[in-house]
Design a protein around this ligand. Structure first.
Ligand SMILES: Cc1cc2nc3c(=O)[nH]c(=O)nc-3n(C[C@H](O)[C@H](O)[C@H](O)COP(=O)(O)OP(=O)(O)OC[C@H]3O[C@@H](n4cnc5c(N)ncnc54)[C@H](O)[C@@H]3O)c2cc1C
Length: 264
C-alpha cells in the first residue's frame, strides 16, 4: 500500500485528519523506521504549528510543546532538571529529531523521558478533551490521543529529583532499565514520593512497593535497603535482547538503592 503524507498548519486540523485513521508523525525516529519496514502504511499526518516546539515557564510548572525535541529541552534553562534525562536519549542525531510527544509512545525499551515525566507528576494536554496524567496515558498506549503539550511541575529543589539510566553501551545505549525519583521533603521526611521505572514492564510505570516504604520516612540506610528490596513488588519485567526478566528483577533494587544513596 502507498504512503500518503498530509501536512497541516494546526494540531486540530491534524486531529481531524486522523479521525479517518492514520499515523501521526512527529520526529519520525520510530515512525519512519516503520515506513521503511512496510509496517506503517496508508495515511501519515504531521503538523507544523510553531507552538508544538515552544517551552514556556509559568509559576511552578513548565509547559513543553509535544513537538519539542531532546535538543530543545537541552537548550532550555527552565528545564535544567530534565537535562540529564534528555542527554541520555540516543546520540546527537536522534536527540535533534526525537520529540517529547513521541517518547511517550515509543515502545519498550524506549520511553526514558516518559519515565521522568511520570516521576514528576506531569500532565498531558490533549488536542481534544482535557488534560490527563502522563502516568494514566502509559497504562494503555495502543490508541494514543493526540497530545499538544506536557505540563511539568518543577521539582521543589534540585535535590528532590533524581535520574539514572542503566545501559550496556555508553553513552548511547538503550535502557536495560531507567529510574526517575521525585522525593520532596517536609521537615526531613519524604512526602508525596514518586518512583518511576522504565523497561521494567510493557510501559513506563511506578513502583508501588518502593513508594510505600519511602513515604513519610527520612532517607537513612535502613529505609534505602527496604525500598530496594520492595522495588519489584507487583512488577513483571520483560525479557529482551538486552536483559532477561530475572536479571532486571535482580538489579533494579540495587540501582534504586544507589540512586537513593546519592539523593540522601
Ligand atoms: C538509534 C536510536 C536510539 C534511540 N535511543 C533512545 C533512548 O536512548 N531512549 C529513548 O527513550 N528512546 C530512544 N529512541 C527512541 C526514539 O527516538 C525516542 O523515543 C523519541 O522520543 C521518539 O520521538 P519521535 O518524535 O521521533 O516519534 P515518532 O517516531 O514521530 O512517533 C512515535 C510514536 O509516537 C506517536 N506520537 C508522536 N507525537 C505524538 C503526539 N504529539 N501525540 C500523540 N502521539 C504522538 C506517533 O504517532 C508514533 O506512534 C531511539 C531511537 C533510535 C532510532
Amino acid at each position: 500500500m502507498a504512503v500518503q503524507v498530509q501536512t497541516h498548519a494546526s494540531l486540530s486540523a491534524a486531529q481531524q485528519a486522523l479521525g479517518q485513521g492514520g499515523t501521526y508523525l512527529a520526529g519520525g525516529t520510530i515512525v519512519m523506521r516503520g515506513v521503511n519496514a512496510g509496517a506503517v502504511q496508508g495515511l501519515i499526518v504531521r503538523a507544523t504549528d510553531p507552538a508544538l516546539r515552544s517551552i514556556t515557564a509559568t509559576g511552578d510548572s513548565v509547559r513543553i510543546g509535544a513537538g519539542a525535541t531532546m535538543t530543545d529541552i537541552l537548550a532550555s534553562r527552565d528545564l535544567d532538571f530534565l537535562h540529564p534525562v534528555a542527554r541520555a536519549i540516543g546520540g546527537p542525531q536522534v536527540r535533534a529529531m526525537a520529540t517529547v510527544g513521541g517518547n511517550l509512545f515509543a515502545p519498550h525499551p524506549y520511553g526514558d523521558f516518559a519515565v521522568a515525566l511520570i516521576a514528576l507528576g506531569a500532565r498531558a494536554l490533549l488536542v481534544q478533551g482535557s488534560a490527563r496524567p502522563v502516568e494514566d496515558l502509559m497504562r494503555d498506549r495502543t490508541r494514543p490521543p493526540l497530545i499538544a503539550a506536557i505540563e511539568v511541575p518543577r521539582p521543589r529543589d534540585a535535590r528532590a529529583f533524581g535520574w539514572l539510566k542503566v545501559s550496556r553501551i555508553k553513552p548511547k545505549g538503550v535502557s536495560v532499565l531507567s529510574i526517575a525519583l521525585h522525593l520532596p521533603r517536609d521537615g526531613g521526611r519524604l512526602r508525596d514520593v514518586r518512583v518511576a521505572f522504565g523497561a521494567m514492564g510493557p510501559n513506563p510505570l511506578r513502583s508501588a512497593g518502593a513508594e510505600r516504604v519511602l513515604e513519610g520516612q527520612s532517607l537513612d540506610a535502613a529505609v534505602i535497603a527496604r525500598a530496594a528490596q520492595s522495588a519489584c513488588e507487583g512488577l513483571d519485567p520483560p525479557t529482551d535482547a538486552l536483559a532477561s526478566s530475572w536479571y532486571r528483577r535482580e538489579v533494579a533494587g540495587v540501582h534504586l538503592g544507589r540512586l537513593l544513596e546519592r539523593m540522601a
